[in-house]
Design a protein around this ligand. Sequence first.
Ligand SMILES: [Zn+2]
Length: 259
Amino acid sequence: MIRIHKGAAPEILTRLGPGHVEAHRQFYDLNATEIAAGTKKIPVAEHVYGAPEVRDALAQAQHGKCCFCEVEIEHPYMHRHVEHWRPKGGVSPVGGGRATPPGYYWLAYDWENLLLACVVCNSSNKGTSFPLVDEADRARTHHDPIAAERPLLIKPDEEDPAGHMEWIDDQPRGTTDAGWTTIEVLGLIRPEDVKRTRRFLEIAQAYRRLWKIHDVDDPTVREIAADLRRLLEAAPRPESPFSAMATAFLESRTLPPEA
Ligand SMILES: [Zn+2]
């Protein structure tokens, strides 16, 4: 997980979002009892928050990677889920279970609340979880202030996740409550994640090999050393897969001097 810098809100959100939010507020106020009972649902407009231009703007800001686990979201083989940081349709109780309506429906088209996540992070793990330090602070309708909430889920487009977690080889570890909770809610400890483990081994091996051959005076070996150095220099950049893991590995190490 790395810091994400989003640009301006896509036009469709600013053009159509406010009208839908106003309709949702009125719908909620007229149907609060039925919505709480689950017999009526706020008709959130997926064609607005999930519009191609919203997905594309998020994909660009996130270098085509999941906002949580940093896997490359390979379109069209993997779904690109527009993720609502504050869930739009209901919130799961702490420890899991059925989501309680109505969720943060008034933030459904809020650019600040949208991120792009992979199917494993969004559907298999996070779902409708949105843990808070104190459940009593939760905004339950659009009449409540969200400013009172102290979320335990890291918001990567607002702060640097590195302040909340560290890496032991290819697995993250929390260094704050929010770090641990985020790792747990998203299931980020993934020993079975072959892509991430393979990437870690690639970086670790490149590092060891570069130290071994960096001073060998042979044109072919020098070329190999240059390739390894390029791989290692690119690995921590935000556009590279699993760059938080790569940064953690390389920040405590020094590359050999160039021959
Ligand atoms: Zn993910």
